[in-house]
Unconditional design. Sequence first.
Length: 131
Amino acid sequence: MNLPMQVLCLFVLALPIASVAWTITHEEVVREFRDFCVRESKTCRRIYERKFFYLFTCEYCLSHYVTAAFLLITRFKLVFPDWRGYLIAGFSLVWVANVYMGLFGRIRLDLRKERAEISTEEAALAPRGAS
C-alpha cells in the first residue's frame, strides 16, 4: 500500500477508535458501567485493579487499548512493513483518534453553551405569568 493510501487509512481507522473510546468513557448508554469503573478505580485495594478500572474512565488511556484491538483486527501498518509499522501506526492512530475526540468534545461544549443561551433568551422574552 502506498503512503497516501496509508495516510487515508490512518484517518479513517482513527474514526471508529475515537467513537468506541468516546462512547465508553462519556456516553449515557454505558453510564452504569462507567460509574462502576469510577467507583472501583478509587476504592480497589491493589494498584493494578485501580489502574485497570481507570482505563474505562479515561478516553486517552482507553484509546490505546482500542487501537491495539483495531491493529490486531486490521493488521494496519504505517510506513514500514514489519513490526515498526505497527508501532508507528499504533501511536499515530491514538494521536489522530484523540484529536477527533478533542474536536468532538469542543463541538458538544459549544452546542451545550448555545442551547443554554437560547433557553436563557427564551425565558427572558416570555411574558410574565405565562407557562
